[in-house]
Design a binder for this molecule. Structure first.
Ligand SMILES: NC(=O)c1ccc[n+]([C@@H]2O[C@H](COP(=O)([O-])OP(=O)(O)OC[C@H]3O[C@@H](n4cnc5c(N)ncnc54)[C@H](O)[C@@H]3O)[C@@H](O)[C@H]2O)c1
Length: 427
């Protein structure tokens, strides 16, 4: 008798939905379990849409065919050969890990674990967290690793914007608590990943390190660029435009400087490693300093404009931490707003992805039209598509005299031709 292939995915958010779509593409049944009870109703009423290319079509089609079950009932994981967990491990404002909401999910799963069912954590977690925190949490519920369940980590390294495409090319790293766990994951992941894409590492700790090291690298790289940019600006060297040239030496891969680093990954995961170092009696100075340098870029940006304006009225463009997406987790805009207010500015915000009401709810003063804000200085945090076509003459006519381009991506020549003083970060 052939056994029906079934995978459960716990956490049906941005990552969970992409992971599910990829699995469904391989004619495998999926149960998507999420504490949000509205998700099922949204699919049933045909109202589900996603900005992620290809996702709406794929998920709506599979839901219609009955291949995809959506539920808030954790018992739905029964009968699955694997349970993939894609719920966030949240941190507080000080970036301390909030264990309970994350572990609660595993405690809810525990009653339904048997016969060494595979659990895969795709969420980014600190090194050692799978073996030392998640396994004990499940075992505290009376289930045993190696008897009832097997745990592996496979960090999800795709980013919103083209997730389904990235899933086809991004190497899938897998490391388990035991050899048996890793081998089971290797077998099951081949159901929905090309075998050549799957990379087995020695342990769950090694897999945990892969994602975190990548994030720390990115943050440190940007911090280096930010410091060099500040020095270059002091001596009148256009550093940002030099970066492509610097990178032609075959070894440098310097990223652009900028007004700050936002999102739920890069500004957060270095702290996981910083804590890991601390627990090992070491000090991850490079990552700690980089976090401070990058978070202080908002203040630096304000200092570049502050003494030049007649009226301290500023318009921020962009709340999203990445262009053309509606996501503001740890967005630099919050740091910039605080820095501007501390400097005595009145602050307004415009974002093409967020409605006026959304912006108000986030605690900002929204403007409907960037050409009638009355601001003298415009600070750009996110270059959404629409901001690439700013009419600088119209902006200048509305009283804007200074443009701080926090992403070095706007048209300096056009802004200056319209009489607006342009300042980038190291540009
Ligand atoms: N979004 C990205 O670009 C991205 C990229 C790479 C990796 N990741 C990783 O994926 C994780 C999830 O990110 P996301 O963007 O999908 O988050 P998200 O907020 O879009 O989705 C999380 C989903 O999990 C559900 N959920 C929360 N707690 C739950 C619980 N206890 N049980 C069941 N469901 C629960 C929520 O209702 C939500 O639908 C991140 O923490 C990160 O580690 C995200």
């Amino acid at each position: 008798m052939t056994v029906m292939k079934k995978i459960s995915v716990v956490g049906f958010g941005k990552i969970g939905q992409a992971v599910v779509a990829n699995i469904l593409d391989h004619d495998i049944h999926v149960s998507a379990v999420d504490i949000n009870p509205d998700l099922k109703r949204i699919f049933e009423s045909g109202q589900y849409v996603s900005n992620e290319p290809g996702l709406s079509d794929s998920l709506n089609k599979s839901f219609g065919k009955g291949l995809l079950q959506i539920t808030d009932d954790f018992s739905a994981v029964q009968g699955s050969q694997a349970i993939i967990v894609a719920i966030p491990l949240l941190v507080d404002k000080q970036k301390n890990i909030l264990d309970e909401p994350f572990l609660d999910c595993f405690k809810k799963l525990a009653p339904f674990l048997s016969d060494n069912v595979l659990i895969v954590i795709e969420t980014s977690i600190p090194v050692g967290y799978g073996r030392n925190t998640v396994v004990p949490a499940i075992e505290s519920m009376g289930k045993k690793h190696g008897t009832d369940f097997l745990l592996v980590h496979s960090p999800e390294r795709i980013k919103s914007g083209s997730m389904l495409k990235q899933l086809l090319v991004t190497p899938k790293v897998i490391g388990g608590v035991s050899k048996e766990a890793t081998e089971k994951a290797y077998e099951i992941y081949q159901w929905f990943f090309n075998r050549d894409l799957i990379h087995i590492v020695d342990s769950i700790e090694a897999a945990e390190m892969v994602k975190l090291a990548g994030m720390a690298y990115r943050d440190v790289n940007i911090a280096l660029s930010n410091q060099l940019a500040q020095f270059a600006q002091r001596i009148n060297v256009n550093f940002a435009d030099l970066i492509p040239l610097i990178n032609t030496d075959g070894e440098a891969y310097l990223l652009q400087p900028g007004i700050g680093v936002g999102g739920h990954c890069t500004p957060v995961y270095p702290y996981f490693l910083i804590n890991n170092f601390r627990n090992a009696g070491m000090d991850f100075v490079l990552a700690s300093e980089s976090r401070v340098i990058n978070d202080e870029m908002a203040k630096h940006a304000v200092s570049l404009i502050s003494n030049r304006v007649n009226h301290k009225k500023a318009l921020i463009l962009g709340l999203s931490f990445r262009p053309n997406i509606k996501e503001d987790t740890f967005s630099t805009t919050y740091l910039l707003r605080d820095a501007l207010i501390q400097d005595g500015f009145e602050v307004m915000l415009h974002d093409t992805e967020f409605s006026m009401d959304d912006i108000k709810r986030k605690g900002f003063n929204p403007v409907a039209d960037i050409y009638s804000s009355g601001a003298e200085a415009v600070f750009v945090v996110t270059i959404h598509e629409q901001y690439k076509n700013i009419d600088y003459s119209k902006l200048a006519s509305s009283g804007v005299r200074f443009l701080l381009d926090g992403r070095n991506g706007l048209d300096k020549v056009a802004a200056e031709a319209a009489g607006i003083s342009y300042t980038g970060i190291g540009r």
